[in-house]
Design a protein around this ligand. Structure first.
Ligand code: SF4
Ligand code: SF4
Length: 162
């Protein structure tokens, strides 16, 4: 019998809020003392730790240890809907799987563009083509990637907290 509850199972198979898929950084509470290994940044007076999280390696590697306070409280809207039984955990996992397979397709299409994350690689793609991005030739040449990216961003909105 599994000792993992459905919420943990969904998140362990996802990680989009840890690996920079959804956000470039995670909120740190005002007086919070972060455990070692987090890279903290301050922007406009607010504290964050950067993502991808240094403790993420396919899944959280310190799940049962002290993490950022946000780690124990954050619920994306897909997780929230599953907990509130508006969708099933199977449907939630299917949404995660669709984003994961789409990320893999986009990463293949972005293979020529360096970057630590899919967001970085797409930014590099846009940077390299900034001067011709509005031309029909460019849109036809990269239509597969451009369509995948629009659908990807739309799918990610489903995960955004209200
Ligand atoms: S994005 Fe949602 S489902 Fe995925 S790990 Fe974060 S809270 Fe869990
Ligand atoms: S500590 Fe774990 S749960 Fe928190 S952001 Fe890092 S990988 Fe995700």
């Amino acid at each position: 019998m599994s000792d993992t509850n459905p919420e943990q199972a969904l998140c362990k198979g996802c990680g989009f809020c840890c690996d920079d898929t959804l956000f470039p950084h995670a909120v740190v509470e005002k007086d919070e003392v972060l455990p070692p290994g987090f890279e903290e940044v301050v922007e406009e007076g607010k504290r964050y730790f950067t993502l991808p999280c240094s403790h993420f390696n396919g899944m959280c590697t310190i799940y049962d240890k002290q993490r950022g306070s946000i780690c124990g409280t954050f619920q994306c809207s897909v997780l929230e809907d599953a907990i509130e039984e508006e969708i099933s955990f199977v449907e939630a996992a299917d949404l995660v799987a669709k984003v994961q397979s789409q990320k893999a397709r986009i990463n293949r299409l972005l293979a020529a563009y360096p970057g630590a994350t899919i967001r970085d690689r797409y930014a590099e793609f846009e940077r390299q083509h900034a001067e011709r991005k509005d031309t029909m030739e460019f849109k036809l040449q990269y239509k597969d990637l451009l369509i995948e990216w629009v659908v990807f961003k739309a799918r990610l909105k489903r995960f955004s907290p209200e």
